[in-house]
Design a protein around this ligand. Structure first.
Ligand code: ADP
Ligand code: MG
Length: 361
């Protein structure tokens, strides 16, 4: 490659052409999803075995009489976790759980993971072992095997990239695109806790930085801080759905916030939704802490991320099978695309649902 000198550095002629000719678009203008959409447009699928590429919680690959699902997530110190309050074993557990959650979101069973890490010399062997104690605990918890990865050095903190591989029968898969008019919208567990937990941990960190003699007061906030630091993936629900013979018509996991995930279902399935504020599940500690922090609990439920609960839609017939389940909540229904995305508020009127999600850029 022909190289030219610029500002004391050598850059390739190809790079120069790119810098000179391309219009510059800020990533913030497109946002994370806009950027992925734009990259997706230029991706060509060459293999018949690629049943689903970009655009769902995991990719789907034909594998004989069944299918494999593959998903990957990247966690960066200072962006996704803060080691001043996140213990390394928890970081390891969470890094696995968030990937297992994407396998669950396809209605598949996780089988293997690979783990790649980049570390600075700030970390000792014992610190890396502490991280792996959490990774190994998660492998045990979810019944998956750690089968490989990569290790390299980093100049800016700890980086963890995990890939999870799962299996399912093709007809058992739940894509984001299968929701139909009149389906019932379900969500597991409770929402908003991880977001509130993060607010509490950040607040206590600031108190500690201002006065290192102050001990953080976290006893009162154990549920919400645990939701942030050591989330579980709802494989229990996936196994129960199988036992009850229910295949959700669409499903994803709540990583970016309920409203944002509902928007994904609407876009992929070409439908609209109506959800009811009074049906949204919130834990008492999440509610009380939101009020204490002067935050609107409903906003936390709709837009707080990282709960790793499952959001799915089922047919009216399947409703009877799940009706009595103590940890599945029925929050609304699917309507025609032209009827929009609606939130029926506690005070009565329906308002347009807004998706704030997590803004990475
Ligand atoms: P999730 O929140 O479920 O992990 P994401 O929003 O991260 O999903 O990703 C949505 C889709 O975009 C997935 O199919 C994912 O594999 C794909 N994707 C994300 N980033 C990239 C990238 N840099 N290149 C190609 N595909 C990507
Ligand atoms: Mg997901």
């Amino acid at each position: 490659m022909q190289a030219i000198a610029k500002g004391g550095f050598f850059i390739s002629a190809i790079m120069k052409e790119f810098i000179m000719s391309e219009k510059r678009t800020e990533i913030g203008e497109l946002g994370e999803f806009g950027l992925i959409d734009r990259l997706h447009q230029k991706v060509k699928i060459n293999q018949e075995s690629t049943l689903k590429g970009i655009g769902d919680d995991a990719a789907v690959i034909a594998a004989g009489d069944h299918v494999k699902v593959v998903t990957t997530d990247l966690l960066l110190e200072g962006v996704h976790f803060d080691l001043s309050y996140a213990p390394l074993p928890h970081v390891g557990f969470k890094a696995v759980a968030v990937n297992i959650s994407d396998v669950a979101a396809m209605n598949a069973i996780p089988k293997q993971i690979t783990v790649s890490i980049a570390i600075t010399n700030r970390f000792s062997v014992e610190a890396v072992e502490a991280l792996y104690s959490g990774i190994n605990a998660a492998c045990e918890h979810f019944g998956v095997d750690l089968i490989g990865g990569d290790t390299t050095s980093s100049r800016s903190g700890l980086v963890i990239s995990i890939t999870a591989i799962g299996e399912a029968q093709k007809e058992q898969l739940s894509y984001r695109s299968g929701a139909k008019e009149n389906d019932i919208i379900c969500v597991t567990g409770d929402l908003g806790g991880a977001f509130i937990g993060l607010q509490v941990l950040e607040r206590e960190k600031q108190v500690f930085l201002a006065n290192p003699n102050m001990q953080p007061e976290l006893d009162k906030y154990q549920i919400v801080t645990a939701r942030q630091l050591r989330p579980d993936a709802r494989m229990d629900i996936i196994h129960e759905l199988r036992e009850m013979g229910v295949v959700p018509t669409s499903m994803l996991d709540v990583s970016d916030g309920l409203a944002s995930e509902l928007f994904h279902i609407c876009k992929s399935s070409k439908v609209g939704v109506t959800i009811y504020e009074d049906k949204l599940p919130i834990d008492k500690q999440t509610y009380d802490t939101a009020v204490e922090l002067n935050m609107d609990p409903t906003t936390c439920v709709l837009n707080g991320g990282e709960d790793y609960e499952l959001l799915f839609t089922i047919t009216q017939e399947d409703f009877k099978k799940l009706e009595k389940h103590p940890d599945i909540h029925f929050i609304g229904y699917v309507n025609k695309e032209e009827d929009g995305k609606n939130l029926v508020t506690k005070s009565g009127p329906a308002v347009a649902l807004k998706a704030q999600g997590w803004k990475h850029f």
